[in-house]
Design a protein around this ligand. Structure first.
Ligand SMILES: C[S@@+](CC[C@H](N)C(=O)[O-])C[C@H]1O[C@@H](n2cnc3c(N)ncnc32)[C@H](O)[C@@H]1O
Length: 298
């Protein structure tokens, strides 16, 4: 998996850089399907497919326009790349005004290529929605978004990796995971507890910790192998309380790099993400405690 993986959807919180480390936890084991029910940019599915981790893949998300974008990416990559190119090129005369027009058009009529352009151009590649469900994130004035030639390569790369082996579903994660069995691998990257509260919620769909725990307990009882990224810490500052033993998982810590805020302040503060690994994986006779980017959890 040393070659560069395609990553067409710029998305805040993408696991692109950590995907190889996260998947390394399952070692040599291979699965019938990999489920990624909080798909976002699908970083783990793309990496899992490149590494041959399963025969089939299921991408799910509750955000309908994002699911439409994934469907078009896999079924009609050429027209998606063409439409993106047209929208991107039109912006050059008046980038900020064009962004606002595309955003209005998207909010009235949808459109996969429009969403892709908005994600590529908006602040922190982070989709935000108002209470009416309208996309309301502002443009990032410092850049024009991924250029069309590169976007075309990324789209074609993703379609080549996932087309024909991937099912895409718009569903709540708990409903989608009813289909998973002990022969599958589930990777969950829900909105973290620390990003799901307050007025500036990062994701449109809020997820309670209780609901998450309920679904994880159910996976545990059914013997479905899963990996979960959830909360973490910057240096000594911890985000979110540890999840209970009833979910049947061990918590590892994955070194996720320097905190950008701390780097600005000239400090060297490392960020660690919690990676919960189901005991169905850690209790396999050939499970090897991962080293390197992982730290033993306290
Ligand atoms: C942290 S992001 C996932 C990022 C992803 N791992 C990546 O590499 O890009 C969380 C995603 O979960 C979706 N989501 C939020 N609540 C959900 C729910 N109840 N069921 C399914 N998807 C949900 C959001 O729309 C968002 O795309």
């Amino acid at each position: 998996m040393s070659h560069r993986l395609p990553h067409p959807i710029p998305y805040q919180g993408s696991k692109r850089r950590l995907a190889t480390q996260i998947l390394s936890v399952v070692g040599e084991r291979r699965y019938e399907r990999v489920f990624e029910p909080f798909a976002g940019s699908g970083a783990i599915t793309l990496a899992a497919s490149a590494g041959g981790y399963a025969h089939g893949y299921t991408l799910g998300d509750s955000l309908e326009p994002l699911v439409e974008l994934w469907c078009q990416m896999l079924e009609a990559p050429v027209s998606l790349a063409d439409e993106y190119e047209a929208i991107w090129t039109e912006q050059l005369a008046d980038p900020p005004g064009h962004y606002l027009r595309v955003r209005d058009e998207f909010n009235t009529g949808g459109g996969a290529a429009k969403l892709l352009y908005l994600l590529a151009r908006c602040v922190k590649n982070s989709p935000r929605f108002n209470s009416r469900g309208e996309f309301n994130q502002s443009p990032d004035h410092r850049r024009n978004g991924m250029n069309p030639a590169k976007m075309r390569r990324e789209i074609n790369g993703a379609a080549a990796l996932l087309g024909g082996s991937t099912v895409v579903e718009c569903a709540d994660f708990g409903v989608l995971l009813q289909e998973a069995t002990p022969n599958d691998l589930v990777y969950l990257d829900p909105p973290w507890e620390g990003t799901s509260k307050g007025t500036d919620k990062r994701y449109r769909d809020w997820l309670s910790r209780e609901r998450l725990v309920e679904v994880l307990e159910d996976l545990h009882v059914r013997g479905v192998p899963y990996l979960l990224s959830y909360d973490g810490r910057h240096g000594d500052k911890t985000y979110g309380d540890e999840l209970p033993p009833s979910i049947g998982a061990r918590r590892l810590e994955l070194a996720a790099g320097r905190s950008s805020q701390a780097t600005l302040n000239g400090q060297k503060v490392l960020t660690f993400e919690s990676l919960y690994v189901a005991t169905t994986i850690t209790e396999q006779p050939r499970f090897v405690e991962p080293l390197g980017l992982f730290a033993a959890a306290a």
